[in-house]
Write a protein of this length. Structure first.
Ligand code: HEM
Length: 402
């Protein structure tokens, strides 16, 4: 049985996905958090499942869902962390999404352009003024989205490094078994305590930020519980940087590995829009959507997925499906049409897509323009991928800038 956490699969899952799409499109897989589960690998099937209410992210709805996450032994703090839109079905989902949606519309995000450009320029000035050797994730790809989403929410600068440690740990929870989860309990409590304090401060002294807006929504009409507020802040912070970091870093890696495409982009910067779409398709920063549970028996390609079973929707596999994308393993920054599923589909379609696209465009353009001689500082074979099931990202990306 395929183990989704095995090191070889993490390093290069694409040949396995191709074989599965061809021979066994709905395999049984093993994963520490969800145990024995199903995986859907073909584009059309993944797209349908993303829009199908029988595949829910709300695990508490299906009583026989077998996961340590539903165990009564688990501290309630873990369940509280899931009181957000991504773990809810409509109408609760819509209520939670509407509270923050306005801040993420393409028009609102456009106004952030100059600020995102300034943060990018500062980071590159700092990186470029030091030595020639740079760790691109730590120095650029991570601080950019983390600063942007922290500023939107109102997380003070001195607390961001701490949050980074927590979010790293929380991503690893998704690859952990029931026993290992115990080690994460103090982290969850520390994080909840921190957010409670932040919310309490905003109650007394509201500011022009998203946390104050959530506090106002709570006060206006009891529309939001404190668990929901904490969980929403946590989701926005986590989704706001743990994904975009991979668009920037894996995107730059793909360009370094394809010098012709990089040269083409440098000479035609107006290809930036389609280049970012292609890098999203090619790298799939979110490898799997959040795990779904089937609310009733579902049959697909001769396999019966019984009610209560977990299902992984392999976005990274769908994005390389040869029946939709000609030469799917080839990077082609001019590819059109490019209806990738990197941001998902249906009710949970990525709320932050306009922000991620803008950050990706500004960062990659600056990197390509300012450092045309950039090269990898280690052989590709030495690059390591993170041990997280839902995001696909490098642990580090060492480069020579010139
Ligand atoms: C390249 C960067 C990004 C990628 C590839 C990405 C991908 C995704 C995907 C695939 C989903 C759907 C998950 C599912 O159906 O299970 C999603 C949902 C979500 N994303 Fe993103 N995302 C990115 C950046 C962002 C940013 C910058 C934010 C900003 C806060 C964000 C916030 C969210 C939220 C709140 C949801 C849940 C939406 C809902 O449940 O209605 N994402 N994202």
């Amino acid at each position: 049985m395929l183990s989704l956490s095995s090191q070889s699969f993490r390093t290069d899952p694409f040949p396995t996905y191709a074989a599965l799409r061809r021979d066994d499109p709905v395999p049984v897989v093993q994963q520490p958090m969800t145990g024995k589960s199903w995986m859907i690998t073909r584009y059309e099937d993944v797209a349908s499942a993303l829009k199908d209410p029988r595949f829910t992210t709300n695990m508490s709805r299906v009583r026989n869902a077998m996961s340590w996450m539903e165990s009564p032994l688990l501290p309630s703090a873990f369940r509280a962390m899931r009181s957000n839109m991504l773990s809810a079905d409509d109408p609760a989902h819509r209520r939670l999404r509407d509270l923050v949606h306005k801040a993420f519309t393409p028009r609102m995000i456009e106004t952030l352009g100059p600020r995102i450009q300034r943060i990018t320029d500062d980071l590159l000035d700092r990186a470029g003024s030091r030595v020639n050797y740079v760790e691109l994730i730590e120095d650029v790809a991570l601080p950019l989205p983390l600063t942007v989403i922290s500023e939107m929410l109102g997380i003070p600068e001195e607390d961001r490094a701490r949050f980074r440690k927590w979010s790293n740990a929380m991503l690893e929870v998704s690859s952990a078994g029931a026993l290992q989860v115990v080690g994460f309990v103090p982290i969850v409590y520390r994080m909840m305590r921190y957010f409670r304090q932040l919310i309490a401060q905003r109650r007394v002294q509201p500011q022009d930020d998203l946390i104050s807006e959530l506090v106002r929504a709570e006060q206006d009409g009891d529309r939001l519980t404190e668990d929901e507020m904490i969980s929403t802040i946590f989701l926005l912070l986590l989704a706001g940087h743990e994904t975009t970091v991979n668009l920037i870093a894996s995107g730059m890696l793909a360009l370094l590995e394809h010098p012709d495409q990089r040269a083409c982009l440098r000479e035609n910067l107006d290809l930036m829009d389609s280049a970012v779409e292609e890098l999203l398709r090619y790298g799939s920063p979110v490898e799997h959507a959040s795990p779904r549970v089937v609310t009733e028996d579902v049959e697909l390609h001769g396999k019966l997925m019984p009610k209560g079973d977990f299902v992984w929707l392999a976005l990274a596999s769908a994005n390389r499906d040869e029946s939709v994308f000609p030469n799917p393993d080839q990077l082609d920054i001019t590819r059109t049409p490019n209806k990738h599923l990197a941001f998902g589909l249906g009710i949970h379609y990525c709320l932050g897509a306009p922000l991620a696209r803008l950050e990706g465009k500004i960062a990659l353009r600056a990197l390509v323009e300012r450092f045309p001689q950039m090269q990898l500082a280690v052989p590709t074979s030495q690059l390591q991928w993170r041990n997280a099931i839902s995001v696909r990202g490098l642990k580090s990306l060492p480069v020579f800038l010139r």
